[in-house]
Design a protein around this ligand. Structure first.
Ligand code: 2AM
Length: 186
């Protein structure tokens, strides 16, 4: 059985509420109703997308994560903008963005090396950390405002999760397969 999975940071409920409220405000720019807004319960920051993996690889990933993340500290993620972000020729997002801090980029690299050591062929693209608030076709009529509403939010990332992605009636549904806590911030 194959499982579509990815490593992610989940967000504290307080941050989810702020982001959901911010996304509500951004709906006003979606004049042609082209954006598929993500259900706030599904908000996350993808660290490393694995694609289809097999069940035994989940156990291997968990073991590797427990070893390699033992010394890794929790981190603060500064969400400093929510804007239009064109991901590819086909897909665009409305996403909360964060600066690429050394800690976050190192955690991304660690998750990529764990995936590779579990025998997963990781397709490295540019990693631009973000939280997807909505998705739309890259060919759209979305008119970006001259100035996006400000966002200035800190989110504690104190665990890494492996999420399974399954299609749901209103977009994908993400279910945790395992969660590894990070060390408390000193
Ligand atoms: P996102 O992080 O921009 O929202 C599950 O599909 C999650 O992995 C989504 O959050 C998705 O986008 C992210 N992701 C990253 N690379 C992907 C890829 N090649 N295919 C599908 N999803 C990908």
């Amino acid at each position: 059985m194959n499982i579509r999975a990815f490593f992610a940071l989940t967000l504290p409920q307080s941050v989810v509420r702020w982001l959901a409220d911010h996304a509500d405000g951004l709906c006003a720019y979606d004049r042609k109703v082209e954006v598929n807004w993500v259900d706030s319960e599904q908000y996350h920051l993808t660290l490393c997308f694995l694609g289809e993996i097999e069940l035994p690889q989940v156990d291997m990933l968990e073991q590797l994560c427990r070893e390699r993340l033992k010394e890794v500290q929790s981190l603060q993620v500064h969400l400093n903008a929510a804007e239009y972000y064109r991901v590819s020729r086909r897909l665009a997002l409305i996403a909360a963005l964060t600066n690429e801090s050394d800690e976050l980029m190192q955690l991304h690299d660690t998750m990529v090396s764990i995936a590779q050591d579990a025998g997963i062929a990781y397709d490295e693209r540019d990693f631009k950390p973000h939280i997807t608030l909505g998705r739309l076709d890259a060919k759209n009529h979305f008119t970006q405002p001259e100035c996006w509403p400000e966002l200035d939010l800190y989110s504690l990332a104190d665990s890494v999760v492996l999420l399974q992605s399954r299609p749901g009636e209103r977009g994908s549904i993400y279910t945790p397969l395992f969660e590894i806590p990070l060390q408390d911030l000193a």
